[in-house]
Design a protein around this ligand. Structure first.
Ligand SMILES: [Zn+2]
Length: 459
Protein backbone atom coordinates (compact mmCIF):
# COMPACT_ATOMS: atom_id res chain seq x y z
CA UNK A 1 0.00 0.00 0.00
CA UNK A 2 1.08 3.53 -0.55
CA UNK A 3 -0.38 4.64 2.71
CA UNK A 4 2.06 6.70 4.72
CA UNK A 5 4.34 4.79 7.00
CA UNK A 6 4.23 7.80 9.30
CA UNK A 7 0.61 6.99 10.05
CA UNK A 8 2.02 4.58 12.58
CA UNK A 9 5.16 6.38 13.61
CA UNK A 10 6.04 9.84 14.65
CA UNK A 11 2.69 10.51 16.28
CA UNK A 12 4.37 11.35 19.53
CA UNK A 13 6.07 14.28 17.89
CA UNK A 14 4.34 17.56 18.29
CA UNK A 15 5.06 20.85 16.70
CA UNK A 16 4.57 24.02 18.63
CA UNK A 17 2.84 25.80 15.80
CA UNK A 18 3.03 25.09 12.11
CA UNK A 19 1.33 28.41 11.57
CA UNK A 20 4.26 30.16 13.19
CA UNK A 21 6.66 28.06 11.15
CA UNK A 22 4.93 29.01 7.96
CA UNK A 23 4.40 32.67 8.57
CA UNK A 24 7.12 33.97 10.84
CA UNK A 25 10.01 33.64 8.43
CA UNK A 26 12.03 36.80 8.41
CA UNK A 27 13.96 37.89 5.37
CA UNK A 28 13.69 41.57 6.16
CA UNK A 29 16.32 44.21 5.65
CA UNK A 30 16.91 46.54 8.55
CA UNK A 31 16.59 50.31 8.22
CA UNK A 32 13.80 52.52 6.92
CA UNK A 33 13.21 52.99 3.19
CA UNK A 34 10.80 55.44 1.54
CA UNK A 35 9.55 54.33 -1.88
CA UNK A 36 7.81 57.16 -3.71
CA UNK A 37 6.31 58.22 -7.01
CA UNK A 38 4.81 54.94 -8.17
CA UNK A 39 1.26 53.93 -8.96
CA UNK A 40 0.31 51.61 -6.10
CA UNK A 41 -2.06 48.74 -6.78
CA UNK A 42 -3.28 47.84 -3.30
CA UNK A 43 -4.39 44.26 -4.06
CA UNK A 44 -7.97 44.60 -2.83
CA UNK A 45 -10.94 46.36 -4.38
CA UNK A 46 -9.73 49.87 -3.55
CA UNK A 47 -8.65 52.20 -6.35
CA UNK A 48 -4.97 52.39 -7.25
CA UNK A 49 -3.04 55.19 -5.62
CA UNK A 50 -1.40 57.40 -8.25
CA UNK A 51 1.92 58.98 -7.23
CA UNK A 52 1.92 56.95 -4.05
CA UNK A 53 4.55 56.40 -1.41
CA UNK A 54 5.21 53.89 1.33
CA UNK A 55 7.72 53.36 4.09
CA UNK A 56 9.28 49.99 4.87
CA UNK A 57 10.98 49.33 8.19
CA UNK A 58 12.39 45.94 9.14
CA UNK A 59 10.53 44.19 6.34
CA UNK A 60 7.13 45.74 7.07
CA UNK A 61 5.15 48.54 5.51
CA UNK A 62 4.73 51.15 8.24
CA UNK A 63 2.99 53.95 6.32
CA UNK A 64 1.37 54.37 2.89
CA UNK A 65 -0.34 57.25 1.10
CA UNK A 66 0.22 59.89 -1.54
CA UNK A 67 3.79 61.05 -2.15
CA UNK A 68 4.35 64.10 0.01
CA UNK A 69 1.79 62.97 2.56
CA UNK A 70 3.93 60.10 3.82
CA UNK A 71 6.68 61.06 6.21
CA UNK A 72 9.83 59.00 6.24
CA UNK A 73 11.73 58.43 9.49
CA UNK A 74 14.94 60.45 9.84
CA UNK A 75 17.77 58.84 7.94
CA UNK A 76 15.52 56.76 5.70
CA UNK A 77 16.86 55.63 2.35
CA UNK A 78 14.83 57.10 -0.51
CA UNK A 79 13.92 55.10 -3.62
CA UNK A 80 12.37 57.01 -6.52
CA UNK A 81 9.83 54.84 -8.35
CA UNK A 82 8.40 57.57 -10.62
CA UNK A 83 6.78 56.00 -13.67
CA UNK A 84 6.64 52.57 -12.08
CA UNK A 85 3.71 50.52 -10.81
CA UNK A 86 3.90 48.55 -7.56
CA UNK A 87 1.63 45.63 -6.74
CA UNK A 88 1.70 43.09 -3.89
CA UNK A 89 3.74 39.96 -4.57
CA UNK A 90 1.52 37.10 -5.68
CA UNK A 91 0.43 33.99 -3.77
CA UNK A 92 0.02 30.69 -5.60
CA UNK A 93 -2.17 28.20 -3.72
CA UNK A 94 -1.77 25.21 -6.03
CA UNK A 95 1.44 23.70 -7.38
CA UNK A 96 3.24 20.34 -7.17
CA UNK A 97 6.72 21.12 -6.01
CA UNK A 98 9.95 19.16 -5.96
CA UNK A 99 9.70 16.64 -8.79
CA UNK A 100 10.72 18.70 -11.81
CA UNK A 101 14.40 18.29 -12.58
CA UNK A 102 14.56 19.59 -16.17
CA UNK A 103 16.37 16.50 -17.42
CA UNK A 104 14.19 14.14 -15.41
CA UNK A 105 10.99 14.18 -13.37
CA UNK A 106 10.19 12.14 -10.28
CA UNK A 107 10.94 11.30 -6.67
CA UNK A 108 14.67 11.13 -7.39
CA UNK A 109 14.60 14.92 -7.67
CA UNK A 110 12.73 15.52 -4.42
CA UNK A 111 15.41 17.14 -2.26
CA UNK A 112 15.36 20.30 -0.12
CA UNK A 113 17.67 21.89 -2.69
CA UNK A 114 15.23 21.22 -5.52
CA UNK A 115 12.24 22.43 -3.51
CA UNK A 116 14.23 25.60 -2.79
CA UNK A 117 15.11 25.99 -6.47
CA UNK A 118 11.42 25.82 -7.39
CA UNK A 119 10.58 28.37 -4.70
CA UNK A 120 13.32 30.66 -5.99
CA UNK A 121 11.86 30.39 -9.49
CA UNK A 122 8.46 31.42 -8.09
CA UNK A 123 10.10 34.31 -6.22
CA UNK A 124 11.99 35.41 -9.35
CA UNK A 125 8.62 35.87 -11.06
CA UNK A 126 7.11 37.78 -8.13
CA UNK A 127 5.44 35.06 -6.06
CA UNK A 128 5.86 35.43 -2.28
CA UNK A 129 4.07 32.26 -1.17
CA UNK A 130 3.79 28.92 -2.96
CA UNK A 131 1.58 26.11 -1.74
CA UNK A 132 2.14 22.51 -2.83
CA UNK A 133 -1.08 20.54 -2.84
CA UNK A 134 -1.35 16.83 -2.11
CA UNK A 135 2.02 15.76 -3.46
CA UNK A 136 4.63 16.72 -0.88
CA UNK A 137 5.93 14.24 1.72
CA UNK A 138 4.72 15.49 5.09
CA UNK A 139 7.75 15.02 7.32
CA UNK A 140 10.19 16.41 4.76
CA UNK A 141 7.88 19.35 4.14
CA UNK A 142 7.54 20.17 7.82
CA UNK A 143 11.32 20.06 8.13
CA UNK A 144 11.68 22.32 5.10
CA UNK A 145 9.28 24.85 6.61
CA UNK A 146 11.21 24.80 9.89
CA UNK A 147 14.49 25.34 8.08
CA UNK A 148 13.08 28.12 5.93
CA UNK A 149 11.64 29.76 9.04
CA UNK A 150 15.02 29.47 10.74
CA UNK A 151 16.63 31.32 7.84
CA UNK A 152 18.69 28.37 6.62
CA UNK A 153 17.83 28.98 2.98
CA UNK A 154 18.48 31.78 0.53
CA UNK A 155 15.52 34.15 -0.12
CA UNK A 156 12.66 32.39 -1.89
CA UNK A 157 8.90 32.12 -2.03
CA UNK A 158 7.51 30.88 1.30
CA UNK A 159 6.70 27.19 1.23
CA UNK A 160 3.33 25.84 2.29
CA UNK A 161 1.91 22.39 1.66
CA UNK A 162 -0.91 20.01 2.43
CA UNK A 163 -1.26 16.21 2.28
CA UNK A 164 -3.48 14.47 -0.26
CA UNK A 165 -6.14 11.79 0.12
CA UNK A 166 -7.57 9.44 -2.49
CA UNK A 167 -9.14 6.01 -2.86
CA UNK A 168 -6.62 3.13 -3.16
CA UNK A 169 -4.91 3.38 -6.54
CA UNK A 170 -6.89 6.50 -7.28
CA UNK A 171 -6.16 10.16 -7.09
CA UNK A 172 -3.30 11.68 -9.02
CA UNK A 173 -2.99 11.05 -12.72
CA UNK A 174 -0.62 8.35 -13.95
CA UNK A 175 2.47 10.54 -14.05
CA UNK A 176 1.99 12.12 -10.64
CA UNK A 177 0.98 8.75 -9.17
CA UNK A 178 4.18 7.12 -10.40
CA UNK A 179 6.36 10.05 -9.45
CA UNK A 180 5.04 10.43 -5.92
CA UNK A 181 4.29 6.84 -4.89
CA UNK A 182 7.94 6.23 -3.99
CA UNK A 183 7.61 8.93 -1.35
CA UNK A 184 4.20 7.64 -0.22
CA UNK A 185 2.70 11.09 -0.26
CA UNK A 186 -0.97 10.20 -0.65
CA UNK A 187 -3.18 8.79 2.08
CA UNK A 188 -5.25 6.00 0.61
CA UNK A 189 -8.60 5.66 2.31
CA UNK A 190 -11.49 3.31 1.55
CA UNK A 191 -13.92 3.89 4.40
CA UNK A 192 -15.22 6.85 6.39
CA UNK A 193 -13.45 5.53 9.51
CA UNK A 194 -10.10 5.36 7.73
CA UNK A 195 -10.71 8.81 6.32
CA UNK A 196 -11.47 10.33 9.71
CA UNK A 197 -8.44 8.65 11.30
CA UNK A 198 -6.19 10.02 8.56
CA UNK A 199 -7.52 13.55 9.01
CA UNK A 200 -6.97 13.32 12.78
CA UNK A 201 -3.36 12.33 12.10
CA UNK A 202 -2.94 15.45 9.97
CA UNK A 203 -4.60 17.65 12.57
CA UNK A 204 -2.23 16.27 15.21
CA UNK A 205 0.62 17.54 13.04
CA UNK A 206 -0.98 21.02 13.02
CA UNK A 207 -1.68 20.81 9.29
CA UNK A 208 -4.26 23.31 8.13
CA UNK A 209 -5.53 21.84 4.87
CA UNK A 210 -5.98 18.61 2.95
CA UNK A 211 -6.49 17.87 -0.73
CA UNK A 212 -8.91 15.18 -1.91
CA UNK A 213 -9.13 13.68 -5.36
CA UNK A 214 -12.81 13.05 -5.95
CA UNK A 215 -13.42 12.40 -9.60
CA UNK A 216 -12.74 9.26 -11.66
CA UNK A 217 -10.71 11.02 -14.35
CA UNK A 218 -13.19 10.18 -17.01
CA UNK A 219 -13.69 6.62 -15.87
CA UNK A 220 -10.05 5.60 -15.60
CA UNK A 221 -9.68 5.68 -11.79
CA UNK A 222 -11.82 4.68 -8.82
CA UNK A 223 -13.94 7.50 -7.55
CA UNK A 224 -13.95 8.73 -3.97
CA UNK A 225 -17.37 7.87 -2.54
CA UNK A 226 -19.65 10.55 -1.06
CA UNK A 227 -19.51 8.74 2.30
CA UNK A 228 -15.71 9.06 2.36
CA UNK A 229 -15.45 12.70 1.28
CA UNK A 230 -18.31 13.72 3.54
CA UNK A 231 -16.44 12.13 6.46
CA UNK A 232 -13.19 13.85 5.45
CA UNK A 233 -14.86 17.26 5.22
CA UNK A 234 -16.66 16.86 8.54
CA UNK A 235 -13.55 15.69 10.38
CA UNK A 236 -11.40 18.38 8.77
CA UNK A 237 -13.85 21.11 9.74
CA UNK A 238 -13.97 19.75 13.29
CA UNK A 239 -10.23 20.47 13.40
CA UNK A 240 -10.49 23.85 11.63
CA UNK A 241 -8.85 22.38 8.54
CA UNK A 242 -9.80 23.32 4.98
CA UNK A 243 -10.54 20.80 2.21
CA UNK A 244 -9.40 21.38 -1.37
CA UNK A 245 -11.43 19.14 -3.69
CA UNK A 246 -10.24 18.08 -7.12
CA UNK A 247 -13.41 17.68 -9.21
CA UNK A 248 -13.73 18.37 -12.91
CA UNK A 249 -17.20 17.08 -13.80
CA UNK A 250 -20.10 19.39 -13.01
CA UNK A 251 -21.94 16.71 -11.01
CA UNK A 252 -18.87 16.21 -8.81
CA UNK A 253 -18.37 19.94 -8.33
CA UNK A 254 -21.98 20.23 -7.17
CA UNK A 255 -21.59 17.27 -4.84
CA UNK A 256 -18.42 18.51 -3.14
CA UNK A 257 -19.69 22.07 -2.79
CA UNK A 258 -22.88 20.69 -1.27
CA UNK A 259 -20.77 18.53 1.08
CA UNK A 260 -18.92 21.64 2.26
CA UNK A 261 -15.59 21.55 0.42
CA UNK A 262 -13.78 24.85 0.98
CA UNK A 263 -11.80 25.05 -2.26
CA UNK A 264 -12.86 23.81 -5.68
CA UNK A 265 -9.91 22.74 -7.83
CA UNK A 266 -10.38 22.92 -11.61
CA UNK A 267 -13.11 24.28 -13.81
CA UNK A 268 -15.92 22.42 -15.53
CA UNK A 269 -14.48 22.09 -19.01
CA UNK A 270 -16.83 20.56 -21.48
CA UNK A 271 -20.23 21.95 -20.60
CA UNK A 272 -21.73 25.24 -19.66
CA UNK A 273 -22.56 25.76 -16.00
CA UNK A 274 -26.15 25.08 -15.11
CA UNK A 275 -28.43 26.94 -12.73
CA UNK A 276 -28.06 24.34 -9.98
CA UNK A 277 -24.27 24.76 -9.75
CA UNK A 278 -24.57 28.54 -9.96
CA UNK A 279 -27.11 28.52 -7.12
CA UNK A 280 -24.76 26.37 -5.02
CA UNK A 281 -21.87 28.75 -5.70
CA UNK A 282 -24.04 31.69 -4.65
CA UNK A 283 -25.03 29.92 -1.46
CA UNK A 284 -21.64 28.49 -0.42
CA UNK A 285 -19.11 30.88 -2.10
CA UNK A 286 -16.26 28.35 -2.15
CA UNK A 287 -12.76 29.39 -3.06
CA UNK A 288 -11.95 28.28 -6.56
CA UNK A 289 -8.66 27.68 -8.31
CA UNK A 290 -8.82 27.26 -12.06
CA UNK A 291 -5.44 25.82 -13.11
CA UNK A 292 -6.53 26.37 -16.71
CA UNK A 293 -3.15 27.26 -18.18
CA UNK A 294 -1.36 24.01 -17.50
CA UNK A 295 -1.37 22.44 -20.92
CA UNK A 296 -1.00 25.67 -22.86
CA UNK A 297 2.55 26.02 -24.19
CA UNK A 298 1.93 29.07 -26.38
CA UNK A 299 4.64 31.17 -24.71
CA UNK A 300 7.20 28.43 -25.26
CA UNK A 301 6.07 27.98 -28.84
CA UNK A 302 6.33 31.76 -29.32
CA UNK A 303 9.90 31.88 -27.94
CA UNK A 304 8.71 34.37 -25.32
CA UNK A 305 11.86 35.61 -23.56
CA UNK A 306 9.87 36.02 -20.33
CA UNK A 307 9.63 32.22 -20.21
CA UNK A 308 12.81 31.28 -22.05
CA UNK A 309 15.08 33.12 -19.62
CA UNK A 310 14.66 30.53 -16.88
CA UNK A 311 14.18 27.33 -18.89
CA UNK A 312 17.05 25.10 -19.97
CA UNK A 313 17.47 25.31 -23.74
CA UNK A 314 17.23 21.54 -23.94
CA UNK A 315 13.85 21.57 -22.21
CA UNK A 316 12.56 24.33 -24.47
CA UNK A 317 13.59 22.29 -27.50
CA UNK A 318 11.86 19.21 -26.09
CA UNK A 319 8.63 21.10 -25.46
CA UNK A 320 8.67 22.60 -28.93
CA UNK A 321 9.33 19.15 -30.42
CA UNK A 322 6.57 17.47 -28.40
CA UNK A 323 3.95 20.20 -28.78
CA UNK A 324 2.15 20.86 -32.00
CA UNK A 325 3.18 24.51 -31.98
CA UNK A 326 1.10 26.48 -34.44
CA UNK A 327 -1.47 23.73 -34.95
CA UNK A 328 -4.99 24.52 -33.79
CA UNK A 329 -6.85 21.62 -32.23
CA UNK A 330 -10.34 21.17 -33.66
CA UNK A 331 -11.85 21.54 -30.20
CA UNK A 332 -9.87 24.60 -29.19
CA UNK A 333 -12.43 27.18 -30.26
CA UNK A 334 -15.23 25.34 -28.52
CA UNK A 335 -13.16 24.93 -25.35
CA UNK A 336 -12.35 28.62 -25.30
CA UNK A 337 -15.99 29.54 -25.85
CA UNK A 338 -17.08 27.38 -22.91
CA UNK A 339 -14.36 28.84 -20.70
CA UNK A 340 -15.31 32.38 -21.67
CA UNK A 341 -18.90 31.57 -20.77
CA UNK A 342 -18.15 29.72 -17.54
CA UNK A 343 -15.32 31.66 -15.91
CA UNK A 344 -17.15 34.99 -15.48
CA UNK A 345 -20.21 33.05 -14.32
CA UNK A 346 -18.28 31.29 -11.57
CA UNK A 347 -16.95 34.65 -10.40
CA UNK A 348 -20.26 36.50 -10.70
CA UNK A 349 -22.03 33.75 -8.75
CA UNK A 350 -19.59 34.15 -5.87
CA UNK A 351 -16.84 31.57 -6.36
CA UNK A 352 -13.79 33.18 -4.75
CA UNK A 353 -11.14 32.92 -7.44
CA UNK A 354 -7.58 32.27 -6.21
CA UNK A 355 -4.37 31.79 -8.14
CA UNK A 356 -3.24 28.21 -8.72
CA UNK A 357 -1.28 26.82 -11.64
CA UNK A 358 -0.65 23.08 -11.11
CA UNK A 359 2.96 23.83 -12.03
CA UNK A 360 5.29 20.86 -11.62
CA UNK A 361 2.59 18.20 -11.89
CA UNK A 362 4.16 16.70 -15.00
CA UNK A 363 7.57 17.01 -16.67
CA UNK A 364 8.62 20.24 -18.38
CA UNK A 365 6.46 22.58 -16.33
CA UNK A 366 8.83 25.16 -14.91
CA UNK A 367 7.95 27.27 -11.90
CA UNK A 368 7.07 30.95 -11.88
CA UNK A 369 6.04 32.19 -15.26
CA UNK A 370 2.81 30.14 -15.29
CA UNK A 371 1.38 32.43 -12.62
CA UNK A 372 1.42 35.28 -15.13
CA UNK A 373 0.02 33.01 -17.80
CA UNK A 374 -2.92 32.08 -15.57
CA UNK A 375 -3.72 35.75 -14.90
CA UNK A 376 -3.76 36.61 -18.59
CA UNK A 377 -5.88 33.55 -19.38
CA UNK A 378 -8.45 34.73 -16.83
CA UNK A 379 -8.64 38.17 -18.39
CA UNK A 380 -8.96 36.87 -21.94
CA UNK A 381 -11.76 34.67 -20.56
CA UNK A 382 -13.77 37.60 -19.34
CA UNK A 383 -12.77 38.97 -15.93
CA UNK A 384 -11.10 42.32 -15.29
CA UNK A 385 -7.41 42.89 -14.52
CA UNK A 386 -8.44 44.18 -11.09
CA UNK A 387 -10.31 40.95 -10.35
CA UNK A 388 -7.31 38.95 -11.56
CA UNK A 389 -4.88 40.83 -9.31
CA UNK A 390 -7.14 40.45 -6.27
CA UNK A 391 -7.31 36.71 -7.02
CA UNK A 392 -3.51 36.56 -7.08
CA UNK A 393 -2.86 38.63 -3.95
CA UNK A 394 -5.34 39.48 -1.18
CA UNK A 395 -7.76 36.61 -1.71
CA UNK A 396 -5.21 33.78 -1.55
CA UNK A 397 -3.75 35.50 1.54
CA UNK A 398 -7.24 35.33 3.06
CA UNK A 399 -7.59 31.66 2.10
CA UNK A 400 -4.22 30.75 3.61
CA UNK A 401 -4.81 32.79 6.75
CA UNK A 402 -1.84 35.03 5.97
CA UNK A 403 -3.20 38.11 7.67
CA UNK A 404 -0.09 40.20 7.12
CA UNK A 405 0.23 39.51 3.41
CA UNK A 406 -1.62 40.10 0.15
CA UNK A 407 -2.08 43.89 0.10
CA UNK A 408 -0.01 47.05 0.27
CA UNK A 409 -1.05 48.44 3.65
CA UNK A 410 0.50 49.57 6.91
CA UNK A 411 1.41 46.56 9.02
CA UNK A 412 1.76 44.17 6.08
CA UNK A 413 4.94 42.42 5.06
CA UNK A 414 6.78 44.36 2.38
CA UNK A 415 6.39 41.69 -0.32
CA UNK A 416 5.91 43.55 -3.59
CA UNK A 417 6.67 43.67 -7.30
CA UNK A 418 7.91 46.81 -9.08
CA UNK A 419 6.64 46.91 -12.68
CA UNK A 420 7.58 49.18 -15.55
CA UNK A 421 4.05 49.10 -16.99
CA UNK A 422 0.52 49.12 -15.62
CA UNK A 423 -1.22 45.70 -15.42
CA UNK A 424 -4.61 47.39 -14.94
CA UNK A 425 -4.31 48.57 -18.56
CA UNK A 426 -3.03 45.23 -19.83
CA UNK A 427 -2.74 42.24 -17.54
CA UNK A 428 0.30 41.03 -19.46
CA UNK A 429 2.14 43.96 -17.87
CA UNK A 430 2.55 41.85 -14.70
CA UNK A 431 5.45 40.42 -16.71
CA UNK A 432 7.25 43.78 -16.94
CA UNK A 433 9.12 43.14 -13.69
CA UNK A 434 11.74 45.64 -12.63
CA UNK A 435 12.26 44.26 -9.12
CA UNK A 436 10.82 41.84 -6.58
CA UNK A 437 10.96 42.56 -2.85
CA UNK A 438 10.40 39.92 -0.17
CA UNK A 439 10.12 41.18 3.42
CA UNK A 440 11.50 44.49 2.25
CA UNK A 441 14.66 43.00 0.74
CA UNK A 442 15.27 43.24 -2.98
CA UNK A 443 15.60 39.78 -4.49
CA UNK A 444 18.82 39.35 -6.45
CA UNK A 445 17.11 38.21 -9.64
CA UNK A 446 20.25 38.71 -11.70
CA UNK A 447 22.20 36.26 -9.55
CA UNK A 448 19.41 33.70 -9.85
CA UNK A 449 19.32 34.09 -13.62
CA UNK A 450 23.08 33.74 -13.83
CA UNK A 451 22.95 30.54 -11.79
CA UNK A 452 20.19 29.07 -13.92
CA UNK A 453 22.01 30.02 -17.11
CA UNK A 454 25.14 28.24 -15.88
CA UNK A 455 23.24 25.10 -14.92
CA UNK A 456 21.20 25.24 -18.12
CA UNK A 457 24.23 25.42 -20.32
CA UNK A 458 25.67 22.16 -19.05
CA UNK A 459 22.49 20.19 -19.69
ZN1 LIG B 1 -2.92 19.84 -8.85
Amino acid sequence: MRRMSWLTCGLSLTIASMAAVAYAQSRGAAGAVLYSGARLIIGDSSAPLENGAFVVVNGRITAIGRSGAVTAPAGATRVDLAGKTVMPAMINVHVHIGYEGYTSWGAENYTPQNVLDHLQREAFYGVAVTQSVGSSPTEASIQFQRDQEAGKFAPASRFMFMPGMAPPNGGPDAILLKGTSVLKVVYEVSTPDEARAAVRTMAARQLKSVKIWVDDRRGTYPKMTPEVYTAIIAEAHAHQMLVHAHAIAMADQKAVVRAGADVLVHTVQNEKLDDELLALLRERTPYWTTVIGLGDRSEVCDNDPFVDQTYPAKTLAEIRASTSCGAVSPNAANREAILAANLPQYVAAGARLVLGTDTGITPRHAFGWADHHELSRWVTSGITPTQAIIAATSRPAELLGLKDMGTLAAGKRADFIVLTANPLENIRNTREISAVYLDGARLDREALLARWKRSNSIQ
